[in-house]
Design a protein around this ligand. Structure first.
Ligand SMILES: [Zn+2]
Ligand SMILES: [Zn+2]
Ligand SMILES: [Zn+2]
Length: 240
């Protein structure tokens, strides 16, 4: 279990930055530039991008309903799709072709004849949705088990208890090696957890701001209430 964040250049175990929206980071040992998405996974990176957007909306809440809708519509998509594919014979050339299982992908091109097909002509939307729900459910359950049981260090074999805090990695408490949760469970389950933690932290912060504004009885109270609604709207939007 677990490879940790191993530098591709020098092989040392190096920590990821806390903010995953930066595109790259430097190895702590050899200073090589490493791409975040390769280590944290695209879904964790997109979770942070969405959280950054929500934070921006909270910092400057849009005035009217129209601006609010625009802010929600402009939110970056949370990518948590299935990277998997199913090999099926192309309906044009009969060669084996890879049909994407990601529910957000509606068309694909045959690698042999290049004809573009609707995915639904091969696998029904209902089946893909059911597969996706099952995948997410399994990922969430595996992550809950990981939090309950802890993670064994790949380098020293030490047993680490984990805190459910939305982090994508955990430093080994014995040897300091960086342990990636996504090495043990589905990366998108880790990203969903991270998103949930981030959104709840922002809602808590908005509530505290609103309570403070109400105490002072300022007009700010309305703006903060609008921001809370915007955040709840985004939470709803990101489950699309
Ligand atoms: Zn290095
Ligand atoms: Zn074909
Ligand atoms: Zn260790």
């Amino acid at each position: 279990m677990g490879q940790g964040v191993t530098c591709a250049a020098c092989g040392a175990s190096t920590p990821l930055p806390g903010d995953l929206t930066v595109a790259s980071f430097a190895c702590a040992y050899c200073k090589a530039t490493l791409q975040i998405a390769m280590y944290a996974g695209a879904s964790a990176v997109s979770a942070d991008a969405l959280l950054g957007h929500i934070e921006g909306v909270m910092a400057a809440p849009p005035g009217g309903g129209e601006a609010l809708r625009a802010a929600i519509a402009a939110s970056p998509r949370f990518h948590q799709g299935d990277d998997g594919q199913r090999l099926m014979p192309c309906k044009g050339c009969n060669a084996e072709t890879a049909v994407p299982l990601d529910v957000t992908v509606s068309r694909f091109a045959c690698a042999r004849c290049a004809r573009v097909w609707p995915v639904a002509a091969y696998i029904s939307d209902a089946e893909r949705l059911a597969l996706d729900m099952a995948r997410q459910q399994a990922g969430n359950e595996a992550l809950a088990r990981l939090y309950a049981e802890g993670l064994t260090c790949h380098r020293c074999g030490g047993h680490n208890t984990l805190v459910d805090d939305g982090a994508v990695q955990h430093p080994c408490r014995y040897c300091g090696a960086a342990l990636l949760l996504a090495e043990a469970v589905d990366a998108s389950a880790v990203a969903r957890r991270r998103l949930k933690h981030g959104v709840f932290a922002q809602i808590d912060q908005a509530r505290a701001q609103q309570a403070e504004a109400e105490r002072r009885n300022t007009r700010l109270a309305l703006g903060v209430a609008g921001a809370v609604i915007a955040v709840l709207g985004l939470v709803f939007a990101l489950t699309r």
